[in-house]
Design a protein around this ligand. Structure first.
Ligand code: ADP
Ligand code: MG
Length: 256
């Protein structure tokens, strides 16, 4: 049997995929993130919820390197992101991002949307990039739309393509920002089903969502934000049974 602690691979896996210490961010005079500490260990699924304007998107965007921040540190796989410059190279390589509004390139086919970064960032030959893309399109159950353009797809189909596109770069962590909130009700389930399957495959996830059924089913931990702070961070079971913070209780009472 391998001695886990002395095995080099096991040691590497102990580094959290994301480690945030004392993160503070301002938009001009408005402080939107206040002393955020958060570690995301490999394989863990975290759901982030909280009222509108509480800083959820900003937090995700800081992890993804899309937003600069003024104080604190963010490490991805032990690599510190720069505070001032948009540190896109590291963050883009290590994170996969899925937005509320899909953000597919409208002038590219589904397949080309998926192969673009594989070719440009990872410099994969066309054939290999297409093979990888088709694997992920198959996993999100939409391989037959490879040659279609985004405008020819439903919202739910577009969001599944966006998930496949993010997975193509084999990210250490998948970040979702309200991936179903722009969808018609009948399409929410097809996207959540893909995300549930993804969670089952062991992918590390941080997901901003108000889909509490999804949170109950897949989240290991729930983070509740209010006015730029993490006011509750608990195991999913504890959160749903006895969230202590009054804002979290109120939120649960209105949403469940
Ligand atoms: P949430 O995703 O929880 O709804 P956000 O992270 O989008 O919250 O926003 C947090 C706060 O930051 C809000 O007060 C919002 O108005 C403000 N904010 C977000 N983006 C910007 C921006 N680009 N410029 C100025 N203020 C912003
Ligand atoms: Mg938001």
């Amino acid at each position: 049997m391998l001695a886990e602690t002395s095995h080099p691979v096991a040691a590497v896996q102990l580094i959290p995929h994301v480690r945030i210490d004392g993160l503070n961010k301002w938009f001009a005079a408005l402080q939107v993130l206040k002393n955020i500490d958060l570690s995301v260990r490999p394989g863990v699924r975290i759901v982030v919820c909280g009222p509108s304007g509480s800083g959820k998107s900003t937090l995700i965007r800081c992890i993804n390197g899309l937003e600069p921040f003024q104080k604190g540190t963010i490490q991805l796989d032990g690599i510190a992101l720069g505070r001032n410059a948009r540190d896109t190279a590291t963050a883009r390589r290590l994170t996969g991002m899925v937005f509320q509004s899909f953000n597919l390139f409208p002038h590219l086919t589904v397949l080309a949307n998926c192969t673009l970064a594989l070719r440009r960032v990872l410099l994969k030959p066309a054939r290999e990039a297409e093979e990888i893309a088709m694997q992920h399109l198959t996993a999100v159950r939409i391989p037959e739309k490879a040659q279609a353009f985004p405008a020819q797809l439903s919202g739910g189909q577009q969001q599944r393509v966006a998930i496949a596109r993010a997975l193509c770069l084999n990210p250490r962590i998948m970040l979702f920002d309200e991936p179903t909130s722009a969808l018609d009700p009948e399409m929410i389930k097809e996207v959540l089903d893909v995300m549930i399957a993804l969670a089952g495959s062991g992918v590390t996830m941080v997901c901003v969502t108000h889909e509490m059924g999804f949170a109950r089913e897949v989240a290991d931990e729930i983070v509740f934000m209010d006015e730029g702070r993490i006011v509750e961070h608990a195991s999913s079971r504890d959160f749903f049974s006895r969230a202590a913070h009054p804002r979290a209780r109120l939120f649960l009472d209105t949403i469940l």
